[in-house]
Each structure stands twice: as structure tokens, then as C-alpha cells.
Design a protein around this ligand. Structure first.
Ligand code: ADP
Ligand code: MG
Length: 472
């Protein structure tokens, strides 16, 4: 093991050098005094070497000079110098030469070693910096809300970030080195992406595309940026795919569109609803008047049919009027459960008529500010739709629940679900799949939800439909 070198130009360095040389003298005096003027430097070579090891070149030279002086004054004596033989002179002359070589060699060794240490330290620092940067980028890539994947030329997975794991329900380790068709994904889901990746690889140009994945329960929309990569001068070509899930954005756009349509209809309702209702009331009044007249007795049946039809038209107009945007509302603080209890006999009578059962699952919920009549209207419309969708004998569940400060009303049925083609049109006035439907029930519900700052959502599958009214 190398001795640790003392710092240069330090007084302790000089002191240690002197102590080493004196120690060499003492050793010589005690153990080797019989040597006399023969082999004068026997203990000084190790002393100079030790001093050079401790203090480097200058300490070695200092020790050498000290040793020469001690030898001159004390071991040989300056008056004896003239009597020295040629061999003894050679021994004298070899000492400074060898000491210089020893000191220089040790110094060079030190320098080489400290250069190596400096290099190693620098490399370690660079390595640490690289590791830190790698961690920074890794954390960035892994926490981005984008799905990031990289493929080789054969479109086998080279990398997938945690967002991919979440989207695909597959562990990254399971997909690496495999193609899309080997990881059990549906071909409709990846084929368009693969074809765009091939284009990007062939043209060496970035491709942007939007791909829709249609699943039985929901359609997902993804925006992809496909970047072809090639190592400088290398033959390895890869493709980086950055995918952004646009589903929520699309849903919001549709929601806005629906609200927009509702607003237009709402404005129409406010302006023409009354204009229509007034002449209808007059016509109905006259018809009723005619039914009481003897001379029209033969036409009573026709008059009654006309009155019934007018009533139906009137009820449609009443519903249509409740779409008016700035309809006056009567907000008060009450409990949703109490409101449900107030209307449930009516709903049960309606359900019993078609041999359906209504099940209540009401849980403890805080009071809310609402227009009681409007919320009852929502409940009536949703339960009626549920009854109409569920085969006779089925059960409709009306449930309330508190989820994180939010009160949620559920109307659940076991019907066949909402047809895919009208899901995104739900709430648009006059959208109906029923022969005698008005297509206004859900529009009214969305409008009322809007007025209550609540959200009406739907979950539907072939096993049934649930409408959720979420109060904020
Ligand atoms: P209407 O009931 O007059 O048709 P709505 O606005 O109440 O009008 O409903 C619009 C359409 O939405 C219905 O025609 C039906 O196709 C669909 N729908 C609504 N609720 C359900 C449900 N619970 N199950 C299946 N389809 C439903
Ligand atoms: Mg309806």
C-alpha cells in the first residue's frame, strides 16, 4: 500500500523530512556505528526514499542534501575528503545521482496516480450526471399523460411507457420483442396504426393520424404522432409513437354540441310554444262546446278523438316549453330521498300497470338545493324510459348514493341497452326509436340537469342501462 503523501510546501513536510534523516542517523549510530566511513549512505538511501514518498521530489532532494551534509561533517569529516580513494569518491558521487532518480521516479509515480484518480473522479461525476439525467427523462416520459411506444423495423415493441400499460392492461415486459398481433390485441385496434407506422418508416417523415377504436361499450379516440428515427449513419431504423387519448375531449365536444342544440331548441320553445298553445286551447274549447250540441251528436266520437289528439299535442308542447332556457325555477333546500318518496306511488302505479317492479335503494344523503318539481320530472322521464325498455316483469332500480361529497341519483334497468347509433344523439330533441315517442323526455332531463348544475350520464350495455344524475 502506498503511503499517503503530505501536502507540498507545508512546514510539516520539512519537519518530517528532517525527522526522517535524523532517525536514519540515530539508527546508524546505534546499530551500525561499526561501519565508520565505509558505506556512508547505507541508512540515507531508505531515508531519502521515505522522504520522497512522504513529500515528493523536493522532500527527497532536501533529505539528500541533509544526508550529504551529515556525511561530510560527521561520518567522513571534511578534512578526510582528500584521503578518499577513487571508489569512495564514486560512492559519494552516486548518492546525489541515485537520490535524484529515486525522488523523480516517486514523484512521477504520484503524478501518474493522481492523474488517474482525477480521471476516475471525473468519469464518476459524468456517470452520476448521466444517471441523474436519465432518471429525469425517465420520470418525465413515465409520468406524461401520453402513451409512448417505440417499435423496430419489423414493428416489434422496443419500449412502452406506463401509460401504455394502463391503456392496454398489459405489462410492458409481456409485450417487448413482440408484434401487435402477438399480444392478443384486436386487429381492428392496431391495423390502422401499423399501416401508418409503415408509411412513416418508408417515407422517413412524421405521420399524424387520428384513430377510433370501437369497443362494444365505448368508442375510444386516439391522436397519434408517428416519428421515424434512424441512428446517425447507422442502419437501425425505429419508429416512435406518441399517442394522446382524445376520448374525453370528443365527449366534451359532443356534450357542447348537445347543449348548443338544446339552447337553440330552448329558445324556439320559449318563443313558439305559447303561440301554438293558445290557438290549440281555442280549438279544444270549441270542440268541447260542439260535443254538447244536439245537432253534432253523431260526431261525438270524432270530436272526442280530436280532443284527445289535441291533449297529446298540448302535452308535447308543455314538455317542449320546459326546454326553455330561462324558465323560472323554484330552488329550495330539500332532501332528494324525500322528493323520491313523494313521487314513488305515481311511478309504482305506472310500473304495476305494465307488470314491472320498482326497487328503492336510498342511502343517507345530505340536503340539496333543487326545484322539486323539476327533479320529479327527471325521475318520471327516466323511470318511464326504463319501463318502456324493460321486458314485462322486469325490475327498475332507483338508487341514491353519496360519492365524495357528490349526491348521485341512479335509474337502472335490465333492458336491451340504448342502440349504438343514437347514444351520441341522446338529449337531442325529437330523437326517438319509439313509434309513439316524442323524443323530448331526455332533452328535458338534460335541460333540468343543466339548470341544476348537475350532470346526467349514461352507462349502457346489452344487460341494461343506468342513468346517473350527479349533483355537484
Ligand atoms: P322517447 O322516450 O319519447 O323516445 P326520450 O328522449 O325519453 O324520448 O328517449 C329517447 C330515446 O332514447 C328513446 O327512444 C330510446 O331509444 C332511448 N332510451 C332512453 N332511455 C332508454 C333506456 N332506459 N333503455 C334503452 N333505450 C333508452
Ligand atoms: Mg321517454
Amino acid at each position: 500500500m502506498m503511503l499517503n503523501r503530505l501536502p507540498r510546501r507545508d512546514w510539516t513536510n520539512c519537519l518530517v523530512t528532517i525527522v526522517i534523516v535524523l532517525a536514519a542517523c540515530i539508527v546508524r549510530e546505534i546499530f551500525l556505528n561499526s561501519l565508520g566511513r565505509s558505506l556512508p549512505y547505507v541508512t540515507f538511501y531508505p531515508a531519502v526514499t521515505l522522504a520522497a514518498i512522504y513529500g515528493g521530489f523536493y522532500a527527497g532532494i532536501t533529505a539528500m542534501l541533509l544526508s550529504i551534509m551529515i556525511t561530510g561533517f560527521w561520518i567522513i569529516g571534511f578534512n578526510q575528503l582528500a584521503t578518499l580513494s577513487t571508489t569512495e569518491w564514486l560512492v559519494q558521487a552516486a548518492f546525489p545521482l541515485l537520490c535524484t532518480i529515486i525522488s523523480y521516479a516517486i514523484e512521477s509515480l504520484y503524478r501518474a496516480r493522481s492523474h488517474d484518480q482525477e480521471k476516475t473522479k471525473q468519469l464518476l461525476e459524468i456517470n452520476e450526471e448521466l444517471i441523474r439525467q436519465k432518471q429525469n427523462y425517465q420520470s418525465l416520459v413515465e409520468n406524461l399523460p401520453f402513451i409512448i411506444t417505440r417499435f423496430d423495423e419489423e414493428l416489434k415493441f422496443l419500449y412502452a411507457n406506463p401509460a401504455f400499460e394502463k391503456m392496454s392492461n398489459r405489462k410492458t415486459a409481456e409485450v417487448l420483442g413482440k408484434r401487435w398481433n402477438e399480444i392478443g390485441a384486436q386487429s381492428a385496434m392496431y391495423e390502422p396504426l401499423i399501416s401508418h407506422c409503415k408509411t412513416a418508416l418508408a417515407t422517413k417523415k412524421t405521420v399524424e393520424c387520428e384513430i377510433a377504436h370501437t369497443a362494444p361499450d365505448e368508442t375510444k379516440y386516439y391522436h397519434n404522432v408517428i416519428i421515424p428515427e434512424s441512428e446517425k449513419g447507422g442502419i437501425d431504423h425505429t419508429v416512435l409513437v406518441i399517442t394522446h387519448d382524445l376520448t374525453l375531449q370528443k365527449q366534451m365536444q359532443k356534450e357542447l354540441l348537445r347543449l348548443d342544440r338544446l339552447n337553440i331548441i330552448g329558445e324556439m320553445a320559449a318563443s313558439i310554444g305559447h303561440e301554438l298553445r293558445n290557438p290549440l286551447t281555442t280549438v279544444r274549447g270549441y270542440l268541447q262546446f260542439f260535443t254538447k250540441k244536439e245537432k253534432f251528436a253523431d260526431y261525438n266520437e270524432q270530436f272526442n278523438t280530436m280532443i284527445e289528439e289535441l291533449d297529446r299535442a298540448n302535452s308535447i308542447i308543455t314538455e317542449f316549453l320546459s326546454l326553455a332556457k330561462n324558465k323560472a325555477v323554484n330552488m329550495e333546500c330539500c332532501n332528494l330521498n324525500d322528493n323520491i318518496h313523494a313521487i314513488i306511488p305515481l311511478l309504482q302505479a305506472d310500473a304495476a300497470h305494465s307488470k314491472h317492479t320498482i326497487k328503492l335503494e336510498l342511502s343517507d344523503i345530505p340536503n340539496l338545493t333543487m326545484d322539486k318539481k323539476e327533479i320529479r320530472q327527471v325521475l318520471l322521464n327516466l323511470v318511464r324510459n326504463a319501463i318502456e325498455a324493460t321486458p314485462s316483469g322486469g325490475t327498475i332500480t332507483v338508487k341514491t348514493e353519496r360519492i365524495n361529497q357528490q349526491v348521485v341519483l341512479y335509474v337502472q334497468d335490465t333492458g336491451p341497452g340504448i342502440p349504438q347509433d343514437i347514444i351520441y344523439k341522446l338529449g337531442t330533441p325529437f330523437v326517438t326509436t319509439k313509434d309513439f315517442g316524442t323524443g323530448l323526455g331526455l332533452s328535458v332531463c338534460y335541460r333540468i340537469a343543466d339548470r341544476h348544475n348537475a350532470k346526467l350520464e349514461v352507462e349502457t350495455s346489452s344487460n341494461g342501462t343506468t342513468f346517473l344524475l350527479k349533483f355537484n
